[in-house]
Ligand binder design. Structure first.
Ligand code: IMP
Ligand code: MG
Length: 176
């Protein structure tokens, strides 16, 4: 499959994304009640979502960035998660919020949640994803928070890429 910019249809517009992200920020503010949070952004896909989301959060917050990969340049998962760069500070006793772009098979989410629980005794661990592709799930894991559900189509934009491209689009698009 090849994806060209001119073939893309809008699935979620910039306005829909921004409205929902602001709402999610308010949900998170209600949950954390001003307690300090360590937000972990999963590079590269979640970076656009993360920088918009954190600006709606009102608690003391630190940002960490890690890099995992499960996709090559194709549009299907390789089934194996690689920890490309997973250096983290001491998370013992912390409120940890993982920020991801999309939960697809769930392998990346499970890998990360297991990794954190194996290495730290955190105070709270919440998994927040921009998109949830529930229909392609292979392992038993659900994001605690997500903005939108998507069905089984490959989506790009707003951080999500096809072969490295389209992360800069302000909307979520797909090829029909
Ligand atoms: P999982 O481990 O199968 O849940 O996949 C997680 C990762 O695959 C995400 O963090 C994305 O980087 C990538 N991914 C899954 N579906 C899509 C998609 O539709 N578009 C772009 N990237 C995707
Ligand atoms: Mg990702």
């Amino acid at each position: 499959m090849e994806i060209k910019l001119e073939d893309l249809k809008v699935l979620y517009s910039e306005e829909q994304l921004q409205t929902r992200i602001k709402e999610l920020g308010q949900e998170l503010n209600t949950f954390y009640k001003g307690e300090e949070v360590i937000a972990i952004c999963v590079l590269k896909g979640a970076v656009v979502f993360a920088v918009d989301l954190v600006r709606h959060l009102d608690m003391p917050l630190k940002m960490e960035f890690i890099r995992l990969s499960s996709y090559g340049s194709s549009t299907t998962t390789s089934g194996k998660v690689n920890a490309v760069d997973i250096k983290l500070p001491d998370l013992n006793g912390k409120n940890v919020l993982i920020i991801e772009d999309i939960v697809d098979t769930g392998l990346t989410a499970k890998f990360l949640v297991d990794f954190i629980n194996m290495n730290f005794h955190v105070k709270t661990l919440k998994f927040c994803s921009l998109l949830d592709k529930k229909i392609t799930r292979k392992v038993d894991i659900e994001p605690d928070y997500y903005c939108f559900e998507v069905d089984d189509k490959f989506v790009v934009g707003y951080g999500l890429d096809y072969d490295g491209l389209y992360r800069n689009l302000p909307y979520i698009g797909y090829k029909e």
